[in-house]
Ligand binder design. Structure first.
Ligand code: KG4
Ligand code: ZN
Length: 321
């Protein structure tokens, strides 16, 4: 089955050409740049940008797949969750194409896409497995069942992991999106410099990262230079980034491995923008090796928002309906 998918739930305008069960024929992502000057996504600007970009992105994906729209069996789009105006642009584009060319229309869930994304471009991962989705809006621990079904073990109770990276970056005067900036700084710092709390919350599989973010703020307010409005030294910034990243990574990995062992699930996967973080990837690999688990990391191009994962999520629903 060949699926043309579009993704417009937040600030990436994306399209992909996909062949079941998991081959990506082409994958085009336009990351909107307009938001960086505001330090976060501005919903109204995001939908306007999607509107301007969506046709070009779809044309590009068709050309680079060396296919025609007549080769497609179905058109898929992200139905939820996301920014309402942004979602509407993708839906309208997908429904228009499906209507014009007489194709089947498929709806997909964005989080299901992230949870499955490690399956893209490989054939050695199939359900059941435990997926940790770590993105800007979600920190979810999801069992992907044998029938392609999803059961949530835990969710974020406040700030998602990516959101915490973005907010800490903002406190430190780093650019948006903050995750990659904090990671760059962390590479130059000492992860043991500041002992930020680890919110393990052993009685639940839920996550909470707002406390670490507040701990960073309290730490900064105690530094005379920060409190007087001066820029922190590179050394101090790097140490805070490294210590913050270490606390987040340790918490995520601990909770993922514990849940997998408790549930008796042998295969684990990551998904979402934070899954690009090299410290997290390295730590998950090491911890799963010692726990005897098999780990599947998505390729970098399938971590951040993309439409290949949307095609896969739509196909997964169709297959098991
Ligand atoms: O999955 P995604 O592209 O969009 C959402 O669905 O939210 O994730 C975006 C999030 C942002 O919070 C961004 O700061 C974070 O992923 N991120 C990272 C890294 N790259 C992106 N966080 C930590 N380290 C990174 N290298
Ligand atoms: Zn996402």
């Amino acid at each position: 089955m060949i699926i043309l998918a579009v993704e417009t739930s937040c600030d990436e305008t994306a399209a992909a050409f996909f062949r079941s069960p998991g081959v990506v024929l082409s994958n085009v992502v336009y990351s909107q740049k307009i938001h960086s000057r505001f330090g976060g996504v501005v919903p109204e600007l995001a939908s306007r940008e999607h509107l301007e970009r969506i046709n070009g992105v779809i044309k590009e994906v068709i050309t680079s797949a060396k296919k025609a729209i007549s080769d497609v069996d179905a058109v898929a789009y992200t139905a939820r969750p996301g920014l309402v105006g942004s979602l509407l642009v993708g839906r309208t584009a997908a429904e228009t194409l499906a209507w014009l060319y007489g194709k089947k229309i498929l709806r997909a869930d964005h989080i299901e896409g992230h949870a499955l994304s490690a399956m893209l471009g490989r054939d050695d991962l199939s359900p059941p497995f435990l997926s940790l989705v770590v993105s800007g809006g979600h920190t979810d621990l999801i069992v992907v069942g044998k029938r392609g079904d999803f059961s949530y073990l835990g969710r974020t109770r406040d700030d998602a992991a990516g959101e915490a990276f973005d907010k800490v970056a903002k406190l430190l005067g780093l650019k948006y999106p903050g995750g990659p900036e904090v990671e760059k700084m962390a590479a130059m710092g000492n992860p043991s410099a500041v002992n930020f709390p680890r919110p393990f919350m052993r009685d639940t599989d839920d996550f909470s990262f707002s406390g670490i973010k507040t701990a960073v703020l309290y730490h900064l307010n105690k530094l005379p230079s920060y409190a007087s409005g001066k820029k922190l030294s590179l050394r101090a910034t790097a140490d805070i980034c490294a210590s913050f990243q270490a606390a987040v990574v340790e918490t995520l990995v601990d909770k993922l491995i514990r849940a997998a062992c408790r549930e008796g699930i042998k295969k684990i996967a990551l998904g979402g923008g934070v899954a690009l973080n090299k410290a997290l990837r390295k730590s998950v690999l090491a911890a799963s090796r010692s726990a005897g688990l098999e780990v599947f990391l998505p390729r970098p191009e399938y971590c951040s928002d993309n439409a290949a994962m949307i095609a896969l999520a739509a196909y997964n629903r169709l297959k098991f309906k």
